[in-house]
Write a protein that binds this ligand. Structure first.
Ligand SMILES: *[C@@H]1O[C@H](CO)[C@@H](O)[C@H](O)[C@H]1NC(C)=O
Ligand SMILES: *[C@@H]1O[C@H](CO)[C@@H](O)[C@H](O)[C@H]1NC(C)=O
Ligand SMILES: *[C@@H]1O[C@H](CO)[C@@H](O)[C@H](O)[C@H]1NC(C)=O
Ligand SMILES: *[C@@H]1O[C@H](CO)[C@@H](O)[C@H](O)[C@H]1NC(C)=O
Ligand SMILES: *[C@@H]1O[C@H](CO)[C@@H](O)[C@H](O)[C@H]1NC(C)=O
Ligand SMILES: *[C@@H]1O[C@H](CO)[C@@H](O)[C@H](O)[C@H]1NC(C)=O
Ligand SMILES: *[C@@H]1O[C@H](CO)[C@@H](O)[C@H](O)[C@H]1NC(C)=O
Ligand SMILES: *[C@@H]1O[C@H](CO)[C@@H](O)[C@H](O)[C@H]1NC(C)=O
Ligand SMILES: *[C@@H]1O[C@H](CO)[C@@H](O)[C@H](O)[C@H]1NC(C)=O
Length: 819
């Protein structure tokens, strides 16, 4: 009786297993035997269990893969180490009466699972989570599973799976890579939670550390500040007396995501399945840069990715082998400038270092109940304690972790890092202060010398003007009576010479109110000259006043106005020349858009926001741009975005509201609803345009003239539909897929949807948009955006028959368009 199989599944290995066939219920509970190729499908149809043969290996494995994904993606393998080598005979999976799953071929044992205890009526079930469990027929409490495949992961971590250890059973669930893409047997690459006082996840390569994800700090892992609140999954790290594990769960079960370790890529990677594209998209990858390389900078060194070379000694330390260090071999690391002396331990002090990934925790000590002050005392007591900090950085911080000996594998982050208090002998502190003092004296001297030197350049008129201007900047802003003479004034012959008499070949753009020319001054400086033909009726005084006003607006993300020129009927504005032209010439051009990876686009998104923020509030004069669009974002040689045409809108724009026709500035496709319809503008209408711009940068498509088959929607409408259907990743320009950080992109899309809300009061200010883009705060859900409906309603003033994607249609009412 004992020996009678509870359920038997027979698979003919002659049938290529993926052409199948017969589907068995998710629950195995009857003495059934299937003679053809067999699959067990989970109840909701998400996962499938069966045999597969990777690549051309000719070997067969029992595994679990996604049922609804056309690319075979195996998430778990039973007989990893013992493949079925030939397809003759039959393989049989049996759940025997003591609750073991037993895989045999021709009666020979291939693999089996070990249940922990005896049971009455075991059943095996493939759950919709991808977990194959053996449980008592009447008990489906997860805590009571007799056995589960989630406890024996292969290379993939699925949602709800725990990664880490269970101290009650001694089980350590870790991910182990496949040996090769054709061989699922355990490779030498694994992700494991190390047993340490302050535990941390590490990637091990051949038993040695390869990458350290760092300990959990209450918010995330110290080595992965990019793990943040996101739209796809929630995550938690649980540490109790019984078990310590990391787990993530889906926010919306219709999203498919997996986290896996891959030996070929030498990384742990999160993928998200893109339903529209039928493909896996990389979401995050770790290690992600040079500084993630384990112990790159040796002991007591830190890695700063933006520095060259990236390694530096911690404060108070010097290279232990200066020669090696200077020949960029940092492996020996750093030693103390002044050694600690144990008999003076009580007088030691601590230097606070900020923004770090904390050191390796092999030699650490943890007490979650202590506060920072107690932690410091604790560290002072023991002279081999070299550093301390809070173990949990939530709120004001809590808990205590101490390090002993050398501090290893530290890196510095631009944002999101932690504080670390490093022990120093009191003497180091004193000399440190002296050094600081000397530095201050040195800097002051340098500044004075520099000023003297600058003073010497008075022969240069421009230079003098600059100095005066910066001296008087604050006064000037309020002084309307100020003489315009000290503005950079170019004379017409200079400009004519520079632009070769406004030669047609030098024409680089045509704004609504006049052409823009490239030019080169005699001193070699390149300029962009705007010829304001259409506003020639503007009086001389007003024109000068406007120029004075614009010239004061100076920001890294604004195009700089160099000067102006008035002569006879000509009114010219002279701008710095941007060799890379405007953003639209990149993002809407099939070839050039490839030059802008996600990293560059993100910087353009952020830079533009900062420029706009300056206009809206930091410049002290609230400037509403009124015509923000891709062609008004110019890129310098480093692809730093510079907003152009600012200031003009507010000032010259008002001049346009005259006579019977009240003309609305701006460009259809970027205009906020209240502006397009009623001519009402505010900073929030700029925010609307900014939202459109971000969507365009991410999608590489124009809002105006956007056209998808079977869709009446514009880009906003399209984005909104994708958002609602949870397919927003489909919006992303294919050209940046490989490079993008999906959580960053999702945040940008989310913020842009908030920016394009119908009602101005629902839109954030640009200040809060900047803040939202750069932080991890939970964002409000967007409502249906403005101009959600089809093209027709976007173009209240134009013919509704224009549906082709075309730039000719672009009705621009831009006054000026410098390039
Ligand atoms: C199990 O199934 C096999 C073949 O279908 C049958 O020969 C056997 O008697 C069954 N055993 C029980 C206990 O039902
Ligand atoms: C398949 O071959 C390998 C290597 O020859 C061997 O270790 C393994 O046991 C074989 N598998 C089976 C099921 O016989
Ligand atoms: C399985 O059995 C078949 C027929 O009985 C035989 O031809 C084959 O060699 C056997 N395979 C193994 C691996 O023992
Ligand atoms: C079930 O299979 C396991 C593993 O092969 C074995 O140890 C156990 O004795 C089997 N139980 C029965 C009743 O055959
Ligand atoms: C690992 O990554 C490589 C390269 O992208 C890929 O070809 C391979 O299939 C991956 N391995 C597994 C087990 O997914
Ligand atoms: C630890 O496990 C024991 C026995 O399994 C259980 O009684 C106890 O509640 C668990 N403690 C925690 C903190 O989970
Ligand atoms: C350590 O400090 C003690 C007391 O101040 C002093 O006597 C001793 O020489 C110091 N040791 C070293 C190695 O500097
Ligand atoms: C200092 O800490 C180390 C590491 O935890 C420990 O081995 C040593 O005993 C401690 N020394 C004292 C005096 O407590
Ligand atoms: C999950 O996503 C689907 C479409 O992808 C959507 O219909 C559903 O409303 C979402 N569920 C929740 C709870 O957000």
């Amino acid at each position: 009786m004992d020996i009678i199989p509870f359920i038997t599944v027979v698979v003919s290995m002659l049938v290529p297993s993926f052409q199948a066939s017969m589907v068995v219920d998710s629950i195995l509970q009857s003495n059934s035997s299937v003679s053809d190729s067999m699959r067990i499908v989970s109840k909701g149809g998400s996962f499938e269990l069966g045999f597969f043969s990777p690549g051309n290996s000719g070997k067969h494995y029992l595994g679990i893969w996604y049922k609804n994904i056309p690319i075979q993606t195996v998430v778990w393998v039973a007989n990893r180490v013992n493949p079925i080598n030939d397809s003759s005979g039959t393989a049989t999976l049996t759940l025997n009466t003591t609750g073991s799953l037993v895989l045999t071929q021709n009666g020979t044992l291939v693999w089996y699972s070990t249940p922990l205890k005896q049971v009455q009526n075991p059943v095996a079930e493939l759950l919709d989570s991808g977990n194959l469990v053996v449980r008592d027929e009447k008990d489906d409490d997860p805590e009571a599973y007799l056995w589960q495949s989630f406890d024996y992961p292969s290379d993939t971590m699925l949602p709800e799976m725990k990664l880490g250890y269970d101290l009650r059973t001694g089980l350590n669930r870790r991910l182990t890579s496949w040996k090769t893409p054709e061989d699922p047997s355990p490779g030498d690459f694994s992700l494991t939670l190390t047993h340490r006082n302050y535990p941390e996840f590490c990637i091990m390569k051949e038993e040695t550390e390869f990458f350290r994800n760092g300990p959990w700090n209450g918010v995330g892992f110290s080595g992965s500040p990019e793990l943040k609140q996101n739209y796809v999954f929630d995550y938690e790290f649980v540490s109790t007396r019984n078990e310590t594990y990391y787990r993530y769960t889906l926010k919306n079960s219709s999203v498919i995501t997996r986290y896996m370790i891959n030996r070929t890529q030498q990384a742990m990677i999160r993928y998200v399945w893109l339903k529209g594209e039928e493909n896996w998209k990389m979401y995050t990858k770790k290690p992600s840069d040079y500084c993630d390389q384990y112990k790159l900078c040796g002991r007591n060194g830190k890695c700063i990715i933006t520095e060259s070379p990236p390694c530096q000694c911690l404060k108070g330390f010097v290279p232990s082998s200066p020669q090696k260090w200077n020949s960029v071999d940092w492996s020996d690391g750093c030693v103390r400038n002044k050694p600690l002396n144990c008999s003076e331990k009580k007088t030691d002090k601590f230097i606070k270092l900020e923004g770090l990934k904390v050191p390796e925790t092999t030699h650490s000590w943890l007490d979650e109940t202590m506060n920072l002050a107690q932690c410091r005392e604790k560290c002072l007591e023991n002279c081999s304690c070299t550093a301390y900090t809070n173990s949990d950085i939530r709120g004001a911080g809590s808990g205590c972790v101490l390090w002993f000996g050398d501090l290893i594998d530290i890196r510095s982050y631009a944002s999101g890092g932690q504080d670390l208090y490093v022990r120093m002998p009191a003497s180091e502190f004193e000399s440190g202060n002296n050094k600081k003092l000397i530095m201050i004296v040195a800097i002051t001297t340098a500044v004075i010398l520099c000023m003297l030197f600058v003073g010497g350049c008075v022969i240069n008129k421009v230079c003098r003007k600059r100095i005066e201007k910066s001296k008087n900047a604050n006064v000037e802003i309020q002084n309307n009576e100020r003489d315009y003479i000290d503005l950079p004034l170019f004379d017409l012959p200079t400009i004519e010479q520079a632009t070769e008499n406004f030669a047609e070949k030098n024409k680089i753009g045509q704004g609504g109110f006049g052409p823009v020319y490239w030019g080169k001054l005699l001193n070699g400086q390149e300029i962009a000259v705007k010829k304001l033909s259409r506003i020639s009726e503007l009086g001389l005084i007003e024109f000068k006043n406007e120029v004075k006003f614009i010239v004061k607006l100076q920001h890294r993300n604004l195009v700089k106005l160099l000067g102006y020129c008035i002569q006879e009927q000509e009114k010219l504005l002279v701008y710095e020349y941007m060799p890379n032209g405007s953003l639209d010439s990149f993002i809407f051009d099939e070839t050039k858009k490839k030059l802008l990876d996600w990293f560059k686009r993100f910087h353009i998104i952020m830079g533009t926001a900062r420029g706009l923020l300056y206009l809206h509030q930091d410049s002290r004069l609230r400037i509403i741009h009124r015509d923000l669009k891709a062609s008004n974002i110019l890129l310098d040689d480093k692809l730093i975005p510079k907003i152009s045409d600012f200031g003009l809108a507010k000032n010259f724009g008002e001049e346009e509201i005259q006579g019977n026709t009240r003309r609305i500035m701006g460009t259809y496709g970027y205009m906020a609803p209240e502006y397009a319809a009623d001519g009402l503008y505010s900073v929030k209408s700029d925010v609307f345009s900014y939202g459109i711009l971000v969507l365009e940068i991410i999608s590489g498509k124009k809002n105006r003239g956007f056209y998808v088959e079977d869709s009446k929607h514009n880009l906003i409408g399209h984005a909104w539909i994708l958002w609602k259907e949870g397919r927003i990743l489909e919006l992303i320009d294919k050209n940046i897929e490989g490079t993008c950080n999906v959580s960053e992109i999702l945040r940008c899309i989310h913020v842009s949807l908030l920016c394009v809300q119908q009602h101005p009061e629902d839109r954030p200010t640009i200040a809060s948009a900047v803040w939202m883009l750069g932080s991890e705060v939970e964002l409000p859900e967007p409502k249906q955006p403005g101009f959600f409906h089809g093209m027709d309603s976007v173009e209240p003033h134009t013919s509704s028959s224009q549906k082709q994607p075309s730039s000719i249609n672009e009705v621009t009412m831009t006054l000026l368009e410098p390039r």
